[in-house]
Design a protein around this ligand. Structure first.
Ligand SMILES: Nc1ncnc2c1ncn2[C@@H]1O[C@H](COP(=O)(O)OP(=O)(O)OP(=O)(O)O)[C@@H](O)[C@H]1O
Ligand SMILES: [Mg+2]
Length: 504
């Protein structure tokens, strides 16, 4: 330990001495250079450079905070700042603190003029944090004009490993730390061509999401494989993106699943409201403006986009009809607004989408997968189709655990039976499981649910009787299996067979 410290001090002292010697030689040479013919001057300079590199076996790489003509902070500088903050905070003597996440955590980085060492595969690396202060800075001026930079110094024998391996390691790790510590954002296209955002703090996670455990595991595996597959996508010549189609009746957890995905991957969400986008050009502008590590969501795709290429804006129409009773005006507006087409969206997914940015998920949701054009949801565009279905017993067990802290109860078998006989969405089951007053205990919540399931079953039965009567089919009242829609219970496949599929 002591010997390492002595060596380090020697190294740093030698480095400093050699630097000052080199600086003096450079200065003297700058004075004398003008007296030599140009060609001879270049020869002498090259000779000195070789001689210098013989005596000074170190190389230094500089990372500036701002690159010339760039207004954004350099990504490399920011990543190094994070890396050094995380890896040297117990070795550096002075650190800068930045409070993030509404004061809940502190982000550390090494202070100006601080030197720290790092070790990589047995190689020693010296990092320094420096800044250049403009010569004429007002006494109390802010430090906006100060030019900060990091220098990395290492032995020239290790040049290849440092530049090809170590720097990648530093940048990747720095970026990972940055992603973990940053506040995630939910972007919406309030303006026609730009995004506005708020902090994304949806509490949904894969733990709180109730669905068949096998399906959940499959989705988690798919997401984990995706995030680790940068090199694989490159190898197969595909852009690093993946499309998900979430389909199922309202209240089955499609939006909750998107929030859980974002929380799991630490991604931002871009919630794209197609009905407020003017045309394909604006759509492109918006999509190009998205950043990597994000999920681009288009909810209710069947309501936002008509498959003939014209939009069928149900929500928009309703609002317009209320606001603007003049049908002519309405038509005009409709014409103006109906310029985002299916082909525009497909072109984007296939063309620009593939060419710009990476590490993005695009998620479509719909209540009616059968209405969607097969071209839109074919593999390659929507790679994974996930059905969110009615509450089955497995789903109920997750909800009971989350809402009531119950893993088993004598009423569970009755609930399991009823769930097999009628369709109820997880949203409705969750609502029934939630205590409505401080006095209500877990058992009374389960009883509420049983009552609601029995009501739903009865409603479905009556509806079936009614429909059969209209069709002229005599029906036996009582024990037929209810399969049709009621007010609170949606029709559909209540089977919990895994319908999510994955491309090869
Ligand atoms: N699978 C689920 N797991 C846990 N909670 C759920 C689930 N499905 C629904 N919920 C509850 O119901 C509420 C509504 O669910 P969500 O908005 O995710 O449904 P959706 O499928 O997106 O519906 P829609 O098609 O109407 O948009 C959620 O806030 C959540 O509390
Ligand atoms: Mg939804």
């Amino acid at each position: 330990m002591v010997s390492i410290r002595i060596f380090k001090n020697m190294m740093m002292r030698d480095t400093t001495q050699l630097w000052s010697l080199m600086a003096s030689v450079t200065f003297v040479w700058a004075i004398f250079k003008q007296w030599f013919p140009e060609e001879l001057g270049t020869h002498i300079e090259n000779y000195f450079r070789k001689l210098g590199s013989y005596f000074y076996p170190y190389i230094t790489i500089v990372f500036h905070e701002y690159q010339p003509y760039e207004f954004q902070r350099s990504i490399a500088y920011t990543a190094i700042e994070q890396y050094l903050g995380a890896n040297s905070s117990n070795r550096a003597k002075r650190l800068k603190a930045n409070v993030i996440r509404d004061g809940k955590s502190v982000d550390l980085s090494i202070d100006d003029y601080e030197d720290v060492t790092d070790e990589f595969q047995g190689i020693k690396i010296w990092w320094s944090s420096r800044k250049k202060i403009p010569q004429q800075q007002a006494l109390f001026a802010r430090d906006d004009n100060e030019k900060r930079y990091y220098t990395l110094t290492c032995h020239r024998n290790h040049r290849d490993i440092i530049t090809n391996v170590y720097l990648h390691h530093v940048l990747d790790e720095g970026k990972m730390i940055l992603i973990k510590s940053r506040q995630r954002k939910l972007y919406t296209n309030g303006n026609k061509t730009s995004w506005s955002h708020i902090v994304f703090e949806h509490p949904s996670t894969f733990d709180t999401l109730a669905m068949d455990p096998e399906k959940k595991k499959d989705i988690l595996n798919d997401l984990m494989t995706f995030v680790k597959s940068k090199d694989y996508y490159k190898k197969i010549g595909k852009s690093w993106k993946r499309g998900y189609l979430l389909y199922g009746p309202p209240g089955t957890g499609k939006s909750s699943m998107i929030a859980a995905m974002a929380n799991f991957l630490n991604y931002d969400i871009y919630d794209l409201e197609l009905t407020s986008v003017n045309d394909n050009t604006d759509l492109k502008k918006l999509l190009i403006g998205t950043s990597s590590k994000s999920i681009i969501v288009i909810e209710d795709i069947d309501c936002s986009l008509d498959l003939t290429g014209q939009r069928n804006n149900k929500k928009g129409e309703k609002i317009r009809a209320e606001k603007n009773p003049d049908p002519k005006k309405d038509k005009k507006k409709e014409k103006k607004e109906s310029e985002v087409t299916l082909s525009g969206l497909l072109n984007f997914i296939d063309g620009l989408w593939s060419a710009c940015g990476s590490e993005r998920l695009i998620v479509f949701t719909t209540n009616h997968a059968e209405k969607l054009d097969p071209a839109l949801i074919r593999r390659g565009r929507m790679d994974k189709h996930i059905e969110m279905s009615y509450c089955c017993y497995e789903t109920f067990k997750v909800l009971a655990k989350n809402y009531l802290d119950l893993e088993s109860h004598e009423l569970f078998p009755s609930i399991s039976k009823l769930l097999g006989e009628t369709n109820m969405t997880p949203a409705d089951v969750a609502e029934n499981l939630m205590p409505k007053s401080a006095e209500e205990d877990a058992e009374s919540c389960l009883k509420d649910l049983i009552k609601a399931l029995e009501n739903a079953k009865e409603k479905a039965r009556l509806k079936a009787v009614e429909e059969n009567a209209i069709d002229g089919v005599p029906s036996e009242s009582g024990d037929e299996h209810p399969e049709d829609t009621t007010d609170t219970v949606e029709s559909g496949d209540s089977s919990d067979e895994d319908s999510s599929q994955e491309d090869g």
